[in-house]
Design a protein. Structure first.
Ligand SMILES: Cc1cc2nc3c(=O)[nH]c(=O)nc-3n(C[C@H](O)[C@H](O)[C@H](O)COP(=O)(O)O)c2cc1C
Length: 213
């Protein structure tokens, strides 16, 4: 293997917390506690999350998105339904989320299924977005090949003119709900002896267990 950049030899010790016991039977409560703490510790963009989807033949792809709503059923993100992620989820509803909060030395892994949300909820969210983002949702054929930057800007100008006042929600743009069936809460610890507490949903009840680091 040819080295292209000097190896990173520095080691980070994880010292900021511990996860001795299971604190909640419900992993969503556990998640919202950690999410709140990520805000309190001023983690940059605590709502940024890696979303992984896969094709029908299980070829995965990942990208960062923003989690916009945390609801009882799971995690809501907004996107273009015709994007790569959008077409993958129509073939294969399995998805994973990964949050990483460096300032707390924590990660949360979530696995489950993903589905479109009620269009009326998407309407409400879309209406609250800044006009530029609304126009962008029409102008950008997300993940499609385009000839150049100018063609994108031309589409922006076209939709600016088409919608001089209220911008309606494009039918291909809206929310996705990730419904979790598995969680792992990871807290970094000294000597790489990290804490990892998992939750598994079986028949609508959550069981939990610890796994080795
Ligand atoms: C910090 C950050 C936040 C992002 N948030 C979103 C988002 O909420 N929704 C979205 O569709 N794309 C978001 N993106 C862009 C995606 O990473 C990605 O480029 C886009 O969704 C197309 O992905 P796809 O081709 O795999 O469908 C964000 C990117 C970054 C870096």
């Amino acid at each position: 293997m040819k080295e292209i950049k000097k190896k990173h030899l520095e080691r980070t010790d994880f010292l900021k917390g511990e996860l001795k016991d299971v604190q909640f039977d419900d992993p969503m409560k556990m998640f919202s506690t950690w999410y709140q703490e990520a805000h309190e510790k001023n983690c940059p963009e605590p709502h940024a999350v890696v979303l992984t989807t896969a094709t029908l033949d299980a070829k995965p792809s990942s990208r960062i998105v923003y989690m916009r709503e945390l609801v009882e059923e799971g995690f809501v993100i907004y996107t273009n339904y015709l994007s790569r992620k959008g077409s993958e989820i129509t073939e294969n509803p399995n998805a994973a989320l990964l949050f990483y909060w460096d300032c707390c030395e924590r990660q949360v892994r979530i696995e489950g299924t993903i589905e479109k949300i009620d269009p009326l909820i998407s309407d409400d969210y879309f209406d609250a977005r800044p006009r530029m983002s609304q126009i962008g949702a029409w102008a950008s054929e997300q993940s499609q090949q385009i000839p150049d930057r100018q063609s994108l800007e031309d589409r922006v100008a076209y939709f600016e003119e088409k919608f001089p006042t209220k911008v309606p929600r494009p039918p291909h743009w809206g929310g996705l709900l990730v419904k979790p069936v598995y969680f792992e809460f990871w807290q970094g610890r000294l000597g790489r002896l990290h804490d990892r507490i998992c939750y598994q949903n079986n028949d609508k009840t959550w069981s939990n267990f610890r796994i080795a680091p």
